[in-house]
Write a protein that binds this ligand. Structure first.
Ligand code: NI
Length: 463
């Protein structure tokens, strides 16, 4: 087992999103941390993720919309101290009708501002050979069916080295690397006393950073659920002042943040007195809880867009619940309130997803105006689309991780206000007709009962 560092404790850390959304019949979402003061680390993380995405795009033929190939990158901090930072990327892709994950941990040594792959934690080639032998022995001792030969051939397979809190060196393998793919993650812990002499100076700093980190309490799914359900439901602090049955209301909604431009967007909305609904990712929320608190304090509404942006319709029911629950917990920790709305990534919605949302007390929110902003570099085009497509009661889909969308915000707000619109959060569109958990809402017009959902909801296929 490995412990992870709370990313909000690292000053100057924000989440960057490399690619988001569905393009050319493929689905891709990749997030990685950017740390002020460690630009080389940020560059290397971006290059790593870009390479993987390119490889995925070459290999995977575009799918139809029900079986689109999917790529997803999630990250965790393996260590953070004055001396080192360790970032572990979990890179997943759908392959041969299955899901495969690889893990890569990059290390940044703050003492000489160098980025190292995991092999950089090991002193030299001789130490690496010793480590390979130790790992092979452990695999043999376990008696698990593993292919050992590749280890001898290529020590570069050791691209995810981390430490557990006892100081043991943990060697992680990719799915299918040393065992059958269905085994999933395989990891070997080499005891501290044995692995210590094999470490480089950076390796010793990394081990020290993990040993001195505060131990996070292991939070189970049940603890997470309890921690978020005992919070009051999230609500805009300025809700209730507008009657959308009489006023021309519009709900601006932003997905996938918080990101580097979210603070700037909050400034713009605040200047114009406009409010919005933010469908936040749990992983981003855990890195920047301060931005979620700003949303809460400035009258916006925070909602749930899952932990790491997977297509929920491809996951087991347990994993769907976990994606929602982890995000719910991260958001509740940040703002002291539990979201009552969720939006499934890629509009991937079926009866199980709606059922899981209902179980966590959340209504499902779609949209009826798409800004089509993801691939659009021109803010004026984005603003034009939103303004011309919006009608009374519209729910507008945008992305606050997209810089051009944030650039478009002043014009959107100005022109819609001139046309007589009031900017409200999603539940205000429905007023006294309270939104119900598990029901599906795509505009102020009304709701769809989840009972009417076919087993496989057409989702994005719907006109
Ligand atoms: Ni999204």
């Amino acid at each position: 087992m490995i412990n992870y560092v709370d990313p909000s404790a690292v000053s100057g850390l924000t989440t960057r999103t490399l690619s988001s959304g569905e393009r050319g019949g493929r689905r891709a979402h990749a997030a990685y941390p950017a740390v002020t003061g460690a630009p080389r680390l940020t560059d290397r993380l971006r290059d790593t993720v870009e390479d993987e995405l390119r490889r995925f795009t070459w290999r995977e033929a575009p799918g139809d919309t029900t079986t689109a190939p999917e790529f997803n990158v999630d990250w965790l901090l393996a260590a953070a101290s004055e001396e080192v930072l360790g970032v572990r990327l979990r890179i997943g892709r759908s392959m041969d009708a299955g899901w495969r994950e690889s893990r890569t941990t990059l290390w940044y040594d703050r003492t000489d501002r160098r980025v190292l792959g995991s092999a950089g934690l090991i002193r030299d080639d001789a130490a690496m050979s010793t480590l390979v032998g130790l790992v092979e022995n452990e695999m043999t001792r376990r008696g698990t069916p593993v292919r050992l030969d590749p280890l001898r051939l290529d020590p570069r397979m050791f691209d995810s080295l981390v430490f557990n809190p006892r100081g043991d060196l943990v060697v992680e393998f990719d799915d299918g690397q040393v065992a059958s793919r269905s085994t999933g993650r395989v990891a070997v812990a080499v005891p501290s006393a044995v692995s210590g002499p094999l470490l480089s100076p950076t390796g010793l700093r990394a081990r020290r950073a993990v040993a001195s980190a505060p131990r996070p309490s292991g939070t189970s799914q049940r603890d997470m659920l309890a921690a978020s359900t005992d919070k009051p439901p999230a609500r805009s602090s300025r809700a209730g002042g507008v009657d959308c049955a009489r006023a021309r209301c519009v709900a601006l909604t932003y997905n996938d943040g918080p990101g580097p431009d979210t603070g700037r967007l909050l400034d713009v909305l605040g200047r114009h007195g406009a409010r919005a609904t933010f469908f936040s990712l749990g992983s981003g929320a855990s890195a920047r809880p301060d931005l979620l608190r700003r949303m809460r304090d400035e009258g916006h509404l925070v909602a749930n867009h899952t932990w790491s942006h997977r297509d929920l319709t491809t996951l087991t029911t347990l994993m769907v619940t976990s994606q929602l629950n982890r995000a719910q917990h991260a958001i509740a920790q940040a703002i002291g309130q539990a979201p009552t709305l969720m939006r499934p990534p890629y509009d991937g919605l079926d009866g199980r997803v709606a059922g899981a949302a209902a179980g966590l007390g959340m209504a499902v929110v779609r949209w009826n105006v798409d800004a089509d902003d993801r691939g659009e570099p021109d803010p004026r085009v984005i603003a034009d689309r939103v303004v011309t497509r919006t009608g009374p009661g519209s729910i507008v889909l945008m992305h606050d991780v997209h810089g051009a969308t944030v650039d478009a915000a002043p014009e959107i707000v100005r022109r819609l206000a001139e046309a007589g619109y009031t900017f409200v959060t999603v539940p205000e569109l429905y007023g006294p007709r309270a939104m119900r958990p598990g029901w599906i809402y795509d505009s102020g017009a009304g709701a769809e009962s989840p009972e009417r959902l076919p087993a496989s909801y057409p989702g994005a296929m719907r006109p």
